[in-house]
Design a protein around this ligand. Structure first.
Ligand code: GRF
Length: 199
């Protein structure tokens, strides 16, 4: 029997390589995956992930943040593009912009992010170096709802990896990234199925 259930429409926001976006695309190619990627937006025209999305036949848009006088103006343009595509969920995947209170509130409960650390530890940038320098024995990644506070929203999924004695930020980052690619599609599926909601 074939399933006729509508899949949840998801827009993905990127700034660069887009390997997490690729993991979401690969998952959504599975017939039983509950979400479909309907568009990818980058704030950088040179984001490598744009070519991957285009090759997969996904709509893309570039909204260069430098073209806007303020963070609010950029977020308004982002919001307009999203509303034009009408996604049910927005997945941030290496999107390197802080978002305004207004934008995050207007997508509240419908926007998720992947962060390369075990939140609430190591919010912000350069997480792998900070984990090594801080003597962490366990590091990892987190998928969470996006709320106004940076990297603060309720946690949907986490995966742990060991920090090995001879790790560099690069070797540790590669170990974490493999887990990101595993848990992000799982977490998005769970949100798409309505298993996680924000009160
Ligand atoms: C990932 O480590 C993600 O957790 C972080 O930025 C990186 C983006 O990598 N927010 P990619 O563009 O998904 O390859």
């Amino acid at each position: 029997m074939s399933s006729t259930a509508a899949r949840t429409r998801v827009a993905v926001l990127i700034s660069g390589r887009g390997s997490n976006m690729s993991a979401l695309l690969a998952a959504s190619a599975q017939p039983d995956y509950p979400a479909e990627i309907i568009g990818v937006i980058s704030n950088r025209a040179d984001a490598a992930g744009l070519d991957v999305a285009k090759a997969a036949g996904i709509a893309t848009a570039v909204i260069p943040h430098r073209d806007f006088v303020s963070r609010a103006a950029f977020d308004s343009a982002l919001d307009r593009q999203l509303r034009a595509w009408n996604p049910e969920l927005v997945a941030l995947a290496g999107f390197m912009r802080l978002l305004t209170f207004e934008f995050t509130e207007s997508w509240r409960g419908r926007m998720i992010n992947i962060h390369p650390a075990l939140l609430p530890e190591f919010k912000g940038l350069d997480t792998h170096r900070r984990a090594i320098e801080g003597g962490a024995k366990i590091h990892g990644c987190t998928v969470h709802f996006v709320t106004p506070g940076m990297d603060e929203g309720p946690i949907i999924a986490q995966a742990e990896v060991p920090v090995l004695p001879d790790d560099t930020p690069e070797s540790l980052g590669a170990r974490v990234l493999r887990e990101e690619h595993r848990i992000y599609p799982q977490a998005l599926a769970r949100v798409a199925r309505g298993e996680f909601t924000l009160p």
